[in-house]
Design a protein around this ligand. Sequence first.
Ligand code: FAD
Length: 376
Amino acid sequence: MSAYDVIVLGVGGMGSATLYHLARRGRKVLGLERFRLAHEQGSSHGVNRIIRLAYSEHPAYVPLLRRAYELWRELESRAGERLLFITGGLDVGPPDGQIFGGSLRSCLEHQLPHEVLTAEEVGRRYPGFRLPSDLMAVYHSEGGFVLSERAILAHVAAARELGAEVHECERATEWSVEGHGIAVRTENASYRADRLVITAGAWVGEAVPSLARLAVPERQVLIWTQPLRPEYFAHGAFPVFNMEAAEGRFYGFPVYGVPGFKLGKYHHRLERADPDRMNRGIDAEDERVLREGITRYFPGAGGPTLAMKTCLFTNTPDEHFILGRHSQFEQVAIASPCSGHGFKFASVVGEIMADFALEGGCTKWDLGLFRLNRFE
Ligand SMILES: Cc1cc2nc3c(=O)[nH]c(=O)nc-3n(C[C@H](O)[C@H](O)[C@H](O)COP(=O)(O)OP(=O)(O)OC[C@H]3O[C@@H](n4cnc5c(N)ncnc54)[C@H](O)[C@@H]3O)c2cc1C
């Protein structure tokens, strides 16, 4: 049996960052990933993820975001590759809604640079948008996106350079506490370590059954369409956005990396999913739901559909993250930061999970919002 300081179960967005921070602190670490790195079965694929400092979900995220930006830049320097792109961001919605109101609140509470724009002002600045006149927007200049698959590969490469072992295509089938440490069995082998960090994404309920009812996977779909007015949606001319509309919450990106304007809708068709059995195909209703938003609010992007992909959210009841140590076993820490908005934090979550694994659960961050036992 090989022995490690820490085993990281699941090497996606959060696991790759956790491995890097542990290896950077000189620890002997093993990452176990059931698929290939940066695969398309989990939550982190599809080229990019929005990052923003203005945070409509809760102002308490803002200090973590400042650190996340810093750490993304640090990873870029190490990797010699650009991973974080600043485009500016728009949070659009009714003046009394959660997206507009929450974003403004976080800007005011944390003195973030921002502008409040009417629908007409948004349309003048960004002609790709056609917004109903009763919507308002917060423009925040730090908004942008992180290249999610590239970021996973960069974190793993950096961790490996620092001595981490990462085993792809090796599924952890069981873990148990043994004395002061833990043991993890996989389809091929058994490993021992002092600590275990579980970053299993949509499979967290399989790895920690007591979380199955609190971290619930949900099927999502992304679409890329051919813009009719490419100049409106080009990188450099169009911001990332979140938008609370009559049909639900849409989000999108300027064209980058692959052809097409990329858009998604939070909670898409409200389909709970089992990640091992989810329908990963696309049907006409998936396309209709997303094209409805494009036709109505982004008509200049309404050319043919170029691509669609399924993906997985893992939602908590209050849509805030779960970050903490296992309630029974102090050797085990768990990160489930999703509910559709976790990727941007991966860099800082890696640092926090390294604190949980190595510093006896002590971290400088106020993580009260993310306590594991808040639902009891
Ligand atoms: C469509 C979509 C759009 C999103 N948009 C945004 C956005 O714009 N901005 C943002 O910040 N966030 C966004 N998110 C959320 C964000 O992508 C997630 O919060 C993030 O990807 C979660 O990372 P993770 O490490 O928890 O999961 P993953 O990256 O899926 O990693 C979990 C890993 O664990 C592995 N694993 C599981 N079980 C085992 C096992 N038993 N043994 C070995 N390996 C195992 C899996 O194979 C997987 O690789 C979006 C999510 C989706 C689906």
